[in-house]
Design a protein around this ligand. Structure first.
Ligand code: F0G
Length: 398
């Protein structure tokens, strides 16, 4: 069933609904499968390994084999910080971000419902992912992007997979409002994370982390927060495995936002349950350039219930963490993803994270999503003749 997270009103799983008709709050899917964790052991390493926890018809799954992403121990960086650090590399998904998990379930649901057009507003990754999964499913796809604020790789993907790409004057929050209005008119099936089926796919990040750790919870999970769907989804996944008695502890959920786009952090600082929208959000991490996150209530519950926290990082800290991760651990991520690493460093320095903690940082998207930012962070290649003497001289000068 689908259930309102505020008033508890229940809806049928096949109703096309995005917010509660009674109170206007956001919705979640309730699922309580009766399985043993042993059933997962011999299955292929994709998010569908946990198919009993996915509320869709197993015979119609639309998949590009998303999930099962690398879970990498970062011992150099971890020992510098005095912690046990792992990084979950979501850039290894089919279109290069964690959104593929949510889209696989979301598009499967769209097929069950028989819709012919899907759509979303996006800071880039959601549109790239939706375009690919819509292509695979053979449905029309419309994406609304904030004009001039989407990184090049993401724009290329949305266009190349054949979506109708609309560049909207205004920011992400305004584009989301517009596409939601179109969805409510029945023009398209909305696949932003206000659609609770999206989070059902993304909760598999939580499943995989505890599975990767041998059915143990880490002390803490840190991730960037934009529209606040992912932190809510991972906490839901963790809770489902906790309720199924697969794990005995739960991690502290730790959300990181950019200084110029931090409504969730502001709410946590004041111990509030509601956000105040940030009017003109701004950050180099365009993926999380969001002022009015739709899943804020779920995200705030995740942070408070897990005894977690939230903090901001500056654009400078984001870019420096991005480069450091690439050069010390060999992991290339886009700026928004590096917010989790920048946040980790800040929280260790501030003494919020204890020495010896086991921490998992989610890095949400691939470095090639935003090639301009990567190139701007480096000096230009040297022009050299294909002459061995010239080459030797140049190599030894560095
Ligand atoms: N990291 C990346 C790379 C993202 O693309 C996003 C969100 C986030 C983090 C934040 O996740 O919204 O669930 O809190 N991107 C959305 C998009 C908004 O349109 O691609 P969130």
């Amino acid at each position: 069933m689908i259930k309102c997270i505020s008033c508890g009103q229940e809806y049928n799983l096949n109703e096309i609904i995005y917010t509660c008709k009674e109170c206007g709050s956001i919705l979640e899917v309730i699922i309580n499968p009766d399985v043993s964790r042993d059933v997962f052991a011999c299955r292929k390493n994709t998010m569908w390994k946990y198919k009993e926890f996915m509320p869709v018809d197993e015979s119609r799954i639309v998949s590009l084999e998303e999930g099962g992403t690398p879970f990498i121990g970062c011992h150099k960086l971890g020992s510098d910080l005095g912690i046990d650090l792992y990084v979950k590399v979501e850039g290894s998904n089919p279109t290069g971000s964690f959104k593929d998990r949510g889209m696989s379930v979301g598009i499967t649901k769209a097929m069950e419902l028989g819709v012919d057009t899907v759509g979303c507003a996006s800071t880039g990754n959601t549109s790239a992912s939706l375009a690919a999964y819509a292509a695979r499913a053979g449905v029309k796809c419309v994406v609304l992007l904030p004009s001039g604020k989407v990184a090049l790789g993401k724009l290329a993907q949305a266009m190349f997979h054949g979506a109708q790409v609309l560049s909207v004057e205004g920011n992400f929050d305004e584009a989301l409002e517009a596409v939601t209005a179109l969805a409510l008119e029945g023009e398209l099936y909305l696949l932003n994370s206000i659609n609770p089926f999206r989070l059902e796919g993304q909760k598999s990040i939580g499943f995989e982390i505890v599975d990767d750790l041998g059915w143990e919870s880490p002390d803490r999970i840190i991730l960037p927060v934009g529209n606040a769907g992912n932190i809510s989804a991972i906490w839901k996944g963790i809770n489902e495995f906790y309720q199924a008695d697969f794990i005995k502890e739960r991690p502290m959920m730790t959300g990181i936002q950019a200084e110029g786009a931090c409504p969730i952090v502001n709410a946590v600082r004041d111990n509030r349950m509601e956000i105040e929208a940030v009017k003109n959000p701004e950050t180099v991490a365009t993926a999380i350039r969001i002022g009015a996150p739709v899943s804020s209530l779920k995200a705030l519950r995740a942070i408070y219930e897990s005894d977690g926290c939230a903090d901001t990082v500056s654009d400078e800290e984001i870019l420096s963490a991005q480069k450091m991760l690439a050069r010390t651990e060999g992991i290339g991520v886009e700026p928004a993803s590096a917010a989790s690493i920048a946040g980790l460093i800040k929280l260790v320095e501030d003494g919020v994270i204890d020495k010896g903690e086991q921490v998992v940082c989610i890095v949400t998207g691939h470095v090639l999503k935003d090639p301009d930012t990567a190139i701007n962070a480096c000096s230009e290649p040297l022009n050299v003749k294909a002459d061995i003497n010239d080459l030797r001289k140049v190599i030894r000068s560095r």
